[in-house]
Write a protein that binds this ligand. Structure first.
Ligand SMILES: [Zn+2]
Length: 393
C-alpha cells in the first residue's frame, strides 16, 4: 500500500494546479467559483476574498446545491494545497471539467504577499460597490450585510416595480422575488424603465432579471412568471421579509394586502392616478392600517374609469417607486421612520407633496376588532375604488 504522501503525489499528477499569482490574474479577468475546503475553525484566521466557505465534509452536496455549470471554472484551496488536490479529484469524478487546486493553499497565497479577509464580511469588490452608502453611519458594514441577507418580494414589474427593482438591486438587497405574469409590450416602455425595446414579448420577470443581473450580480433573482392568486399569495408572501405592492389593479392589491396581513409582513404600497401618486406602509403587525381600512370597498369600474383608460405621465410611477424603494431600505436597515399611519401624496402638476394621516379602522373587515375575513379569497375583478377622506399630518 502506498503511503499518504505517495498517494497524494499520484493524485496531484492527475489534476491541474494553479499558482497564487496566476489565480489573481484569472480572477481579474473572469468570475471563478473559489471554494475554501478547510474545516470551519480554520476560516476564522481569514479566507481569500470572494471565496465560498463550503468545507470538505459536505463539499460535493453543497456545490451541487449551488448548481454551477459542468464547465464553470472552479478553484479549491485548503491550508497547504493537499486536501484541495483530493477534493479536485472528487469534483472531476462528479463531472466538473474545469477544476483546479490552489498550489500551496493559504500558506502559498500569503507567502506570495497576498492578503486574507474575514469570513462573513464584505468582499473588497463589495466595499467598492457599496462604498457611498457604507460611509453613512446609519448603514455601515453591518447594515450592508443585513441588506445582502434580505429578501424582498415585488408584485408587479411595471411603472412602479421598475424603479423599485433597479434601486433595490443597486443597493445590494440580496434576494429579489419578482412576481408578474405579463410580457413586455411596446406601450409599456414609456414608463417601465427596466425593460427594453429588444425585450418586447418576453415575460417581464425574465426581462427584469436580465437588467438586474447586469446591474449587480450580488443579487439573487427569484423570477415568478405568474399572477398573484388566492392559491399562491400567502405562501409567496411568507417567504420574504418585505413586500412591495407595485401592481396596477385593485383586485391584486386587495389580495396582496390580505396576504400580508395574515403573514404579518410589511406591505409597501404605491399607486398612481393621472398626475397624482401615493405611497404608504401597510403593516398591521405594527398597528398601522391595512388597505381595506383606507379603501373598504372596490365599487364598479365604471365609477372611476378603467385603469388603462386614464393615462399616466411616465415619470410619475418613477417618483412613487423611488419612494417605495426608500421605505423598503429604511425598514430593512431599521432606520428613520417608516410611512406607517401616514400616506405620502405627490401632485406632479403643482409639485406639491402632502402627508396625510391614515388610521386603522376598528370596523375593518380584515384587521378590525371583529374581522369577517379569515383567509385570502379570489379577488373581485374591479379597477375603481372609493376612498375615505384623510386628515393632513
Ligand atoms: Zn384594515
Amino acid at each position: 500500500m502506498p503511503s499518504f504522501a505517495e498517494h497524494l503525489q499520484a493524485v496531484r499528477a492527475t489534476i491541474r494546479e494553479i499558482g497564487p499569482r496566476a489565480l489573481v490574474a484569472q480572477l481579474a479577468q473572469a468570475p471563478i467559483t473559489l471554494i475554501d475546503v478547510r474545516e470551519p475553525h480554520e476560516w476564522a484566521s481569514g479566507i481569500i476574498d470572494g471565496a465560498l466557505c463550503l468545507g470538505r465534509g459536505h463539499l460535493e452536496s453543497r456545490l451541487a446545491e449551488l448548481q454551477p455549470a459542468a464547465d464553470a471554472p472552479i478553484v479549491l484551496y485548503c491550508a497547504a494545497g493537499g486536501r484541495s488536490v483530493l477534493a479536485v479529484k472528487s469534483l472531476i469524478a462528479m463531472g466538473y471539467t474545469d477544476v483546479a487546486s490552489l498550489a500551496g493553499g493559504v500558506q502559498g497565497w500569503q507567502a506570495a504577499g497576498l492578503g486574507l479577509v474575514q469570513p462573513g464580511g464584505l468582499s473588497h469588490a463589495q466595499k467598492v460597490r457599496y462604498g457611498r452608502q457604507l460611509l453613512l453611519p446609519e448603514v455601515g458594514e453591518a447594515g450592508q450585510l443585513r441588506l445582502l441577507k434580505s429578501r424582498v418580494l415585488l408584485v408587479g414589474l411595471g411603472g412602479l416595480g421598475s424603479p423599485v427593482a433597479l434601486y433595490l438591486a443597486a443597493a445590494g438587497v440580496g434576494t429579489l422575488g419578482l412576481c408578474d405574469g405579463d410580457v413586455v409590450d411596446r406601450s409599456n416602455l414609456q414608463r417601465q424603465i427596466i425593460h427594453t425595446t429588444a425585450r418586447t414579448g418576453q415575460p417581464k420577470v425574465e426581462s427584469a432579471r436580465q437588467a438586474l443581473q447586469a446591474l449587480n450580480s450580488d443579487v439573487q433573482i427569484e423570477a415568478l412568471a405568474q399572477h398573484l392568486t388566492a392559491a399562491n399569495a400567502r405562501s409567496l408572501v411568507a417567504g420574504y421579509d418585505v413586500v412591495v405592492d407595485a401592481c396596477d389593479n385593485f383586485a391584486t392589491r386587495y389580495l396582496l394586502n390580505d396576504a400580508c396581513h395574515f403573514e404579518k409582513k410589511p406591505n409597501i404600497h404605491g399607486s398612481i392616478h393621472r398626475f397624482t401618486g401615493s405611497c404608504t406602509v401597510l403593516w398591521t403587525m405594527r398597528g398601522g392600517p391595512c388597505y381595506r381600512c383606507l379603501y373598504p370597498q372596490a365599487p364598479a369600474a365604471e365609477a372611476f374609469g378603467s385603469c388603462s383608460d386614464n393615462g399616466v405621465l411616465g415619470v410619475l410611477p418613477g417618483l412613487v417607486g423611488v419612494q417605495q424603494a426608500t421605505e423598503v431600505l429604511k425598514i430593512l436597515l431599521e432606520i428613520g421612520e417608516p410611512l406607517l399611519g401616514r400616506l405620502s401624496m405627490v401632485d406632479a402638476l403643482s409639485g406639491a407633496s402632502r402627508l396625510l394621516r391614515v388610521r386603522r379602522d376598528p370596523n375593518c373587515a380584515l384587521c378590525g376588532n371583529k374581522p369577517v375575513l379569515h383567509d385570502v379569497q379570489e379577488p373581485l375583478d374591479s379597477c375603481a375604488v372609493v376612498n375615505k377622506s384623510f386628515g393632513e399630518v
